[in-house]
Design a protein around this ligand. Sequence first.
Ligand code: MLT
Length: 389
Amino acid sequence: MQFSERIEKIPPYLFAELDRLKQEKIAQGVDVISLGIGDPDTPTAPFIVEAMKKAVEKSEHHVYPPYEGIKEFRQAVADFYERRYNVPDLNPKDEIIALLGSKEGIAHISLAVLDPGDLLLVPDPGYPVYSTGAVFAGAESYIMPLLPENRFLPDFGKIPSEVADRAKMMFLNYPNNPTAAVASMDFLKEAVAFAKKHNIIICSDNSYSEIFFDGYRPPSILEVEGAKDVAVEFFSLSKPYNMTGWRIASLVGNKDVVNALLTIKKNLDSGTFTAVQEAAAVALNHGDSFIEDMRKIYDRRMNKMIPTLQEMGIKVEKPKGSFYIWAPVPNGMTSIQFTRDLLERTGVIVTPGTGFGTHGEGFFRISLTQPDHRIDEAVERLAKTQVYA
Ligand code: MLT
């Protein structure tokens, strides 16, 4: 059998590998606590589940859904953007579509924008699917390093102008996965100006925008005046509403880019189950206080984990957004050495920084998406190690 060269270029999917490691340890009898993947442990809110139960009973929902998504869902996204970000002018008709989760849209948008040999600007460390999309399209990725000395923001001034001129698209993601860094409005303005100057489409991945702490509120790039000329944003229901398994997100913003992805999707999938979209619209319209409760849960977990890491001698500050902690590995170990050592000593799985790219070396990521008692148990096991100081 022969497979495509493309397949050879795709590395093992990070979170599938972590899952394999977890199953291996469980089979050995280890009581594993996985702080690896960012998959909320708390169930989807009961009012969303109830809406789904009602929606699934409707036989008119059992046929193919509209490719762009149902009107109610797209309107709910527009209303959410107006209420939450003060972005009042998103037109549900042609500036918003439904996705089968933002991962799907992120992977496919490269097929809509990039030809073989084209250039994509990707943050490193970053969500692995950004550069996998470029591989699918036969395009090249140019790495924008996210460095601690630049608060994990790309330095546009360091991108050579011939690279910037060649680039067709760029991914940004704040609050950031994996570094938990946040971006100011000034940075987003700079990004839009840079993109306009070099004719680059910005794909803002705003999957973590609703998880924030201590008075900070992450913006949307669409709040920047004129952003819609060059930018689209992925907004996912997975993390704010604990709906990772439901596969529902949206792409919003520049209508030409939205339409280009829709063209790809019309030929690839047949839309998101209408009942899921109906329940998702209910989530968007009535879920603000649920998200508020989720924020309190993650805040509590942060306030437990951060001091434990600090007491272990790990230099880390509480982030302003996301449910991730991005911390330097202690004792000069590599990311992989540390995560393996930690797993052997404590049964706790964390994600090695290099899983997110070469600039993740020297770091590891903790995801606070385990029930409180398991976080407590992880904190206790970490505190007991006393070997990393
Ligand atoms: C992560 O852990 O980085 C995310 O949960 C992965 C994803 O959203 O696909």
